[in-house]
Design a protein around this ligand. Structure first.
Ligand code: GDG
Length: 468
């Protein structure tokens, strides 16, 4: 069995996993076996940059990280990855802040990643690269002579050609993606959008299996929805719902119910529209005042970026406005926290909540939707309200699907969800839970790695030495 090498921008070092442990570490837990290697950025900025590779070992897995210089960090991470690629891939052309120097910095850091990873690689390693920070990595490794199987998974949406091509140098990024053996997306829609970009820009049509040949090299494009470890999360929820944090929360609600939202504080998550919808909900359906409180956990992220600072200010304003308007001296309609909550505590909060409102304007998948489903009490499950623009909506069709731009529609869905009869809640939840427990994180890894494993048996595949 080939060794698995995972590459991602941030590496969840065992020594640093804290309250927010989750994300990719949970998603890849089944795939990472003793002997595997995880490589990426340490999260540190130093004057020496990537000169030294730091090694940590835990449970047989090697974690190798490099530092970045301040200038590389700015160009690669803050400016190009999060200031240009992230808005592009979330359909927010107006927020893109492109500068050629940043793009050059992005490519340079990918080159550094490749050269620092090179001495750690063995000939039969399977390399699995994650997310938009690392698009050029395979091309850079190929340029160094690496012929291993290399796969790429994008955790964000992918956009149609009319949007993708708006980014300067987008054709270079598309070319870079063609250096991978397998390119994976969460949904069929994103896969189609990528293949449309390949067709429109390069005149190449994929076959019905999503295969095409690029400069003599076969690329396989797949959809592979990410999932969660539903069984473990459900257990965490049962335990945490009986724990002290959940008890404190329950006591603070007195007789009222709880609705919940949990998101990184990011403009893609639709928080402004959601908070406006909460105001509409209490205005349009006054019978729910005092009967339900909304808890929004929105852990701060990317605080150095102007768009995130503006978002935070706007959210502060709406929360103040909503609470000022509807609060009673012994009831607050909207509770809002911008720091992270422990994962098991969150699981307990999900189980207590009669409603989850998951309304991103765009989202690659959205794992919160799946976690909420997994955490429910089968005898008395809550209702999931889900944006049609979350990747999860392609699977979780029994949720109450809403347009996240329509505050009245979200408010109405909240009312419908809170009034829904037990029988309908159970039916919807059972259908949702079957999907969440079938399409797990483990399955996601298995599907991707099986495709990558098969990549070298494809007949058209002379290994590349370099691709530009
Ligand atoms: C990207 C894509 C895609 C959130 N707040 C806290 C906390 N969380 C956890 C959630 C969930 C995870 O973080 C967030 O995952 P999402 O999927 O919702 O969103 P992104 O962070 O944007 O992730 C997304 C994902 O990658 C995977 O491919 O689904 O579309 O954008 O697990 O529970 N965890 C803790 N405290 C918090 O305050 N412990």
């Amino acid at each position: 069995m080939a060794r698995l090498v995972v590459v991602s921008n941030r590496v969840p070092l065992p020594s640093e996993r804290g309250a927010k442990a989750g994300g990719l570490a949970v998603a890849l837990a089944d795939a990472l076996q003793p002997g595997s290697l995880w490589f990426g950025w340490s999260g540190r900025r130093s004057t020496r940059g990537s000169g030294t590779t730091h090694i940590q070992r835990s449970e047989g897995i090697t974690y190798a990280t490099i530092d970045l210089t301040e200038a590389d960090y700015r160009a690669f991470y803050v400016n190009f990855s999060n200031g240009a690629l992230w808005p592009l891939l979330h359909f927010r052309l107006g927020l893109i802040d492109f500068a050629s120097d940043d793009y050059d910095g992005y490519r340079a850091v990918n080159r550094q990643f490749a050269s620092s990873l090179l001495p750690l690689l063995r000939p039969d390693d399977m390399i699995w690269v994650h997310d938009y920070h690392m698009i050029p990595l395979a091309a850079e490794l190929r340029a160094l002579g690496i012929t291993n199987r290399i796969g790429f998974f994008l955790h964000t949406p992918f956009v149609p050609p009319s949007i993708f091509n708006a980014l300067p140098r987008s054709a270079e990024l598309l070319t870079s993606l063609c250096a991978y053996d397998v390119v994976g997306f969460h949904t069929r829609t994103y896969r189609t959008a990528f293949l449309d970009c390949v067709t429109e820009n390069f005149g190449i049509h994929a076959d019905s299996d999503g295969r095409f040949v690029w400069r003599g090299h076969t690329v396989r494009v797949i959809s592979d929805p990410i999932g969660i470890d539903a069984g473990a999360f459900a257990q965490q929820a049962v335990v945490a719902a009986a724990g002290s944090d959940a008890r404190l929360l329950r006591d603070s609600l007195s007789k009222g119910g709880l609705a919940i939202g949990v998101d990184r504080l990011d403009y893609s998550k639709g928080l402004i529209n959601r908070f406006e919808a909460i105001g509409r909900f209490f205005a349009n359906y006054p019978q729910h005042r005092r009967q339900v409180s909304f808890l929004q956990v929105a852990a701060r992220s990317r605080e150095e970026q102007g768009a995130y600072q503006r978002l935070r200010r706007e959210l502060d304003r709406i929360v103040g406005d909503t609470n000022g308007r509807y609060s009673e001296f012994d009831w607050t309609p909207l509770r809002y926290m911008t720091r992270a909550v422990k994962r098991d505590t969150l699981a307990g909060f999900f189980r207590l909540s009669r409603l989850a409102v998951v309304t991103p304007l765009r989202d690659g998948m959205n794992l919160v939707a799946k976690e909420y489903v997994a955490a429910q009490d089968p005898e008395d499950p809550g209702v999931l309200i889900l944006s049609r623009f979350a990747g999860a909506a392609e699977e979780l069709t029994e949720a109450l699907i809403v347009n996240p731009y329509d505050s009245d529609e979200i408010a109405e869905a909240m009312h419908i969800g809170l009034c829904m009869e037990l029988e309908e809640r159970r039916e919807r939840w059972q259908a949702l839970n079957e999907k969440v427990t079938a399409n797990t994180a483990g399955r996601f890894c298995t599907v991707f790695l099986n495709h990558l494993d098969r990549a070298d048996t494809l007949p058209e595949k002379p290994r590349l030495r370099a691709i530009s």
